[in-house]
Design a protein around this ligand. Sequence first.
Ligand SMILES: Nc1nc2c(ncn2[C@@H]2O[C@H](COP(=O)(O)OP(=O)(O)OP(=O)(O)O)[C@@H](O)[C@H]2O)c(=O)[nH]1
Ligand SMILES: [Mg+2]
Length: 335
Amino acid sequence: MNNDKYCIGCGIKLQDSNMLFEGYTPDLSNDICSRCFKLKNYGEYQITTKSNDEYIDILKTVNETKDLVLYVVDLLNVEKDIKMIRDFIKNRLILVLTKRDILPLSVNDEKLINYFHNLGLDYQDIIIISANKNYNIDELLLMIKKHKSSKNVYVVGHTNVGKSTLINKLIQNYGDEKYELTISPLPSTTLNKINIKLTDDITLIDTPGLVDRGSIVNYVSFDEIKKINAKKEIKPDTYQLKEGQCIIIPNLFRLDYIEGNKNSFTFFVSNDLELERKDLNKTDELKELSKRTIEVGYHQDIVINGLGFIKVVEKATVDIYIESNVEVFVRDSLI
Ligand SMILES: Nc1nc2c(ncn2[C@@H]2O[C@H](COP(=O)(O)OP(=O)(O)OP(=O)(O)O)[C@@H](O)[C@H]2O)c(=O)[nH]1
Ligand SMILES: [Mg+2]
């Protein structure tokens, strides 16, 4: 049946003709599609196939406006190329660093802000928030009011960073109408632009996130994704390693310390993951995975896209074993 109704959870156009297709609902009088219904009610997830070309087309439509943009970045999964957004959108931009509650409380916010400041991304303002803990949400609203040039405020960023969760929090705190976008720990939850009225002067526009093919979440099971996805404050695990030792996260990851002096490796990964220290000559576990040799310098992080990062204090050479598509890179220490 022809219809002009869109799912209020993920933004997809609703249809009742093909169960296997996005936007299906058995009854067009429903407000949400079956996929959102199952996600919200049973935590059941159906994978979708949004292409990144479609995402880039959406960013281009944002660029055609003069509207303010909130660029949302997940503090545990900062993109390798955070500046790429500027290739597509020239709008005024607030950099919103979210999921603050996952990083240890002892980490200094100002240091984090400085880190992003030094990356040279051109933004109007920057703020650290946690939607889950309602941290700095009032301040963010003030910032939006200060910088917005029209009613519309776009919320963009990679998939899973927490765009929809942030909008839900703003609506819950300041909105007149009850409204809830679909959220999930899996990639590609939001499928289309969704306009949500916050106040008479502000309309928030949720967008689907860019899928990062280098993220580990694309290559593991649903149960593993749930474990990898940090839900609360990370208790970092620090290991004083000597050459010849390794750290293994069963099924997922192995780090062999190949060369360097006694060194400190601090793992910022979900508390639900178990880490094991072993003698690297005594185990071949996970050596079937793809190997990368990484040189890391003084006070740098090894980032494992989607899993978290490892802060290393001294220079070192390590071998990392991980699924071949997962991106691994080195950056200056975030914290
Ligand atoms: N700990 C913590 N988790 C958060 C926070 N915000 C979002 N999340 C979690 O991050 C995951 C992704 O959230 P979404 O809001 O669906 O992310 P999104 O950016 O809208 O993702 P797409 O729609 O796929 O682009 C969910 O598991 C959320 O519960 C936060 O402030 N703190
Ligand atoms: Mg979303």
